[in-house]
Write a protein of this length. Structure first.
Ligand SMILES: Cc1ncc(C[n+]2csc(CCOP(=O)(O)OP(=O)(O)O)c2C)c(N)n1
Ligand SMILES: Cc1ncc(C[n+]2csc(CCOP(=O)(O)OP(=O)(O)O)c2C)c(N)n1
Ligand SMILES: [Mg+2]
Ligand SMILES: [Mg+2]
Lengths: 325, 335, 325, 335
């Protein structure tokens, strides 16, 4: 009964984060369609429980690295939604000053080492963050969120090997939405994720990624093991991807029925509500209030983002180096 | 002649060459799209739609959606080329070459030389390049200087639908490895493209516009920028020749040098990073081999030495614009 | 009783190839020490049964790719020893005209796609060769020889995945000599090779790499499966490395006792002789004759190599392209 | 001052900087050697012996033999640098960068920019470069133009033991990512090296030799080649200034331009491939910004556009020699 490990405040926080991600993504879609997001953006809607179930175990000294589909991880790790929204709109008030965009959202003060436009690039970086914790004698952990597509990339195997032999406090969360872009994972992936992980002598668990509590439970084990010096873990979360690969993808490779069924049956927010209701842990009114607050916060983020000024032209050539003669 | 988009031109070349030669195969991420899924097959036809229709025409053995493992499938393209196929492999964005450069730089490019001339590796590596769509630092680079640097590779950067088709056909028929880079800002541009197959030889520059006061050298998307600048300058009484080398490697040194000797003033417009970039390369060629005819410094119009920014205002300031070219030409024309 | 699958002529051929490799490598060492080999060279002595046990199943239309330690694979695949010796001496008569050197010996007419100076680079190339066979409807197979160190490289995992999902007629022979340069594989490799392979749904076998017959048997299964359209296999051969990592390596990271014991107890030639003797398949005189022939052939290769002229200076810039305007 | 080899200079800098700052760690293949084996520990101290003794002095947590997985450990070096360490990671031969370029080009080099200036990535990537030891096409390249091309990286190519020590100390203390390339032909060369720690700032060229007739620009191993040529030329009455930029990025443009303006004749000697190489880069700088003072074409002495061959006669013909420099200088001095 993993829900019992959580205080009411934590449960509310988990719901608030998942809801924030959902609404942020829906809003990002709207803004993209409205022409307010200049670059490409990949939406995390549907996968919220994976990010939040993991990040509820982490503090700001713990590190994560993310993917091209990074909004959810960023929000779960505490990044400011105003800054994020302004960033994807390419504004000077963005969390990266408008220089990064959706695929490079980062906040090092929050232990968020960056979304990443290169599939599979995060895992080595996370090995390094875990190495820092290990060498500096800290209890911190580092988490790489990667997709099922990224799981095949050579960097993943190399990182699993490195994390295993060095017993790094690293956790690899493989978010399996069944697709790498328009190609199904069944078509391009040999074998099972947990078996591949196990072959590196890394404990691996497969969980239902729309079940916040299942993710939370698995991540709790992994994080405890890592903090205790027990080395890396792999968590395979099975998740739906509500939107197409990117905002604007016709998503014609999935049937309308499949997409409708997914939204109906595989919704982590509904699941969460049902569970806390069934176990009388939270009452609906509190959750409704969160819904309203989140809607307002995201609408405000979007308003502020749209109104914000673009970056100053001089910033084009700053931040390339700290100092370059 | 029929008008077609750059994307259609690429697509037509692929269709025609696959039809012409059974050994030509196409591979890459989502070159069909929809593999193993419940909905449409050939759902994408490539992230930019360039390979659309190939799956239906040539089937899944020759049109292969790959896993996201560029080292494996680019390397496989090289190995297949050594053993009888003529693969056209796609790296969606050239920026991703960092995960598979070894197979291009140390394997494909060098087989023939290392093996004493006994190997041929007829592989084409296609990729999109360039800024302008808000791709950010990892999806907007113009990395052709890296490939140009590497002996053993041919490097092609077409600037028009007509060239795209003819150069791609040549790339596929060529027995040497070719890196073929497509500006993502050009895919929707249109131009005259014959229906039939044709090839354009490598190493032959195209004089896009004649003019006698200043020579503008530009490639890929920058050809249009140079032309636009040339139009503006014409109204000021400065006549520009626009030269498009089309293939950074082999480079048509002769035409560049001849035109320099004729005109004496040169501005090079390029979208790649400035340091050890293509503009520097061409400038140094001229400074060494056409020096006596130079009447002014060779000016380069390039991005700054910085990654590509996301925000539109910054991205627009990053990429060379007609305005910046006009300014450089004015300075050179006076000098 | 895998020895019974082989004719006498085949047995003699297997022995001749193994002996040729051994003597070639010993001679290469001598020539290197004598200053006749300008570049670095990595010797295969001790590992002969692995190359020969596999390549005895292959014809010239089958393809292999090799490693930095490529002399053994080259000889097993039929490359000319005169040309190889001249190549490592940097002579114009070399198999690559003196332009390749030890790490780039290749002979495409023999289905030898090259030694390779980049650890892990051969496997993708072999996937491509296997793809050619598959698409062109041939029964040919392609074999990647890789080291235990190379097994960790990302290219290996990517290639295993690709070979598995595409059911390529590819075989990955992982030659485990316990070391990547001066570092033991135990120190840098998580888990077992066969388990990692199996996690990609590839049949994998571990065999004693000094036992020619064991290798031959395993390779036979793998090659038959591949020719029959059954897809890839992994063969893990456990082998000794007689010399240091490269010719000239002080090899101080292994004790003298370890090295002496290895040469004494782990010798594929002695093992082969004992086996054919015990089973009365060949008589010693025939093998002695091969020994003498091989010694003479390699001595002659070295003499010819030393006497050969260097490449013509013009060849510096030829063969970069087939045609470059 | 004590005489030391280039190798010792590198080793001393590593010892001193690791002692000075606990956050400095060293990682790479066989940087100790012998890990997990029956015999000597610290058996190699790196393939070229540069990291010898570090294991004993600083222990296995800070001196790490890695698996042969450059993407993982170079990426880890970047991630560690983002989170409090100051890693010095070794790629044995720079040629191997093809298997891990993404982590250098798209991650380490760009973190700061993409993240709006909030990140610092104090990592040093050391590698050997260059031809001359019969390494063949995949172990002999001089790929610094690729790194110089990439904004966000600093690139260092020392030419003497003194510079190697001071520049490496600077690289380790620098808060930006640095690619530090060591000519494998220089490891055994000797020169004066102070025992104490010192740094040499980046972006400051070194005038290795004064002279008024021709300016020779050269880096790394080519500095010695240029000096040798200069000695020969002196006997002919041609006096050469030898300028070593030391760091291709940042490049000391000012000194190059000043010296060009003073002397008016320039020969650039470089070991990297010619196309989009460093010689072209420097030539184009001069052709744009010091044109009026040029009295002759800017000559480049580089290898041909070909991979590095194995055979000694070919390899010697590949690498620029003093003879070729002398010839180029004579041509320029006349011109
Ligand atoms: C090295 C590299 N190759 C290809 C791409 C293009 N690309 C972007 S996202 C994506 C799919 C990734 O799939 P997965 O890891 O499952 O993540 P998901 O999009 O499903 O969240 C691809 C192929 C890339 N960004 N980087
Ligand atoms: C990508 C790459 N990294 C490092 C090296 C340097 N190197 C050459 S051989 C070798 C060890 C390879 O070990 P293994 O694969 O076990 O083969 P073995 O030498 O034992 O036969 C290394 C690290 C290289 N050539 N390529
Ligand atoms: Mg996915
Ligand atoms: Mg080994």
């Amino acid at each position: 009964m993993s829900e019992l490990q959580l205080s009411q405040a934590q449960l509310l926080e988990a719901y608030r984060l998942m809801k924030t991600i959902r609404v942020f993504e829906e809003r990002a879609m709207t803004e993209k369609m409205g022409g307010n997001v200049p670059g490409g953006t990949h939406l995390y809607a549907g996968e919220e429980a994976s990010a939040v179930g993991v990040c509820m175990h982490l503090g700001p000294a713990d590190q994560i690295s993310s993917t091209h589909r990074g909004h959810g991880h960023s929000i779960a790790k505490g990044c400011d939604v105003d800054g994020m929204m302004a960033e994807i709109m390419g504004k000077g008030t963005g969390i990266c000053g408008g220089k990064g965009g959706s695929q490079h959202i980062a906040d090092l003060s929050k232990g968020m080492l960056g979304a990443n436009g290169i599939v599979g690039a995060g895992s080595p970086i996370v090995c390094g963050a875990a190495l820092s914790a290990q060498i500096l004698g800290k209890q911190d952990v580092a988490v790489a969120f990667i997709g099922d597509g990224a799981f095949n990339q050579g960097t993943t195997a190399e990182s699993l090997n490195l994390a295993s032999i060095w017993k790094l406090p690293a956790i690899f969360v493989v978010e399996d939405n069944g697709f790498g872009e328009a190609t199904s994972s069944a078509f391009v992936q040999a074998g099972e994720i947990v078996e591949r992980a196990a072959s590196f002598k890394i404990p691996a668990m497969k969980v239902d990624g729309v079940d916040f509590f299942a993710v939370y439970q698995a991540a709790g084990e992994a994080v405890s093991r890592a903090r205790a010096g027990g080395g890396p873990s792999v968590i395979h979360t099975v998740v739906p991807r509500y939107f197409g690969h990117y905002a604007g993808d016709p998503d014609n490779y999935r049937t309308a029925e499949e997409k409708a069924a997914m939204r109906k049956d595989r919704d982590c927010l509904k699941r969460f509500r049902a569970r806390v209701d069934e176990t009388s842990l939270l009452d609906a009114a509190a959750l409704d209030q969160i819904d309203a607050d989140v809607e307002a916060a995201i609408a405000s983020a979007a308003d502020k983002g749209r109104a914000a000024p673009p970056p100053a032209l001089e910033s084009l050539t700053t931040d390339v180096y700290i100092r370059y003669v | 002649m029929p008008q077609k988009t750059f994307r259609q031109a690429i697509n037509e070349a692929l269709h025609q060459e696959m039809k012409r030669d059974d050994r030509v195969i196409v591979m890459g991420e989502d070159v069909a799209g929809g593999s193993g899924a419940s909905g449409d097959k050939d759902a994408w036809g490539g992230a930019f739609g360039c390979t659309k229709g190939l799956l239906g025409a040539f089937g899944p053995a020759r049109v292969r959606d790959t896993p996201i493992t560029e080292s494996a499938f680019i390397g496989a393209a090289g190995g297949a080329a050594l053993t009888g196929l003529r693969p056209v492999a796609e790296i969606m964005y050239v920026d991703f070459v960092g995960v598979c450069l070894d197979q291009i730089m140390n394997q494909i490019a060098k087989f023939r030389y290392m093996f004493g001339g006994t190997a041929s590796t007829p592989v084409v590596i296609r990729a999109s390049y360039g800024a302008g769509r808000g791709g950010g630092s990892q999806h907007s680079q113009s990395l052709y200087p890296i490939f140009t640097h590497i002996p053993g590779l041919k490097v092609v950067v077409p600037s028009s639908p007509y060239d795209a088709k003819g150069l791609l056909a040549q790339a596929i028929r060529d027995d040497d490895p070719v890196v073929f880079l497509e500006s993502k800002m050009l895919y929707n541009t249109t131009g005259e493209v014959p229906d039939g197959a044709y090839t354009i030889p490598f190493g032959e520059a195209n004089i896009v516009r004649e003019g006698g006061d200043v020579l503008l050298v530009a490639i890929g998307r920058m050809v249009g920028v140079a032309e636009e600048a040339a139009k503006t300058l014409e109204t000021e009484g400065i006549s520009c020749c626009v030269l498009d080398p089309r293939t950074p490697s082999p480079l048509d040194e002769d035409t560049i040098l001849e035109k320099t000797e004729e005109i004496g003033r040169v501005v090079i417009v390029d979208e790649s990073y400035p340091r050890c970039g293509l503009a520097a390369d061409i400038s140094s060629l001229i400074a060494e081999r056409a020096f006596p005819s130079l009447k002014a410094p060779i000016r380069k119009v390039t991005p700054p030495h910085s990654p590509v920014p996301y925000a539109p205002v910054l991205e627009r300031a990053f990429v060379p614009t007609p305005d910046r070219v006009v300014e450089a030409v004015r300075a050179v024309a006076k000098g």
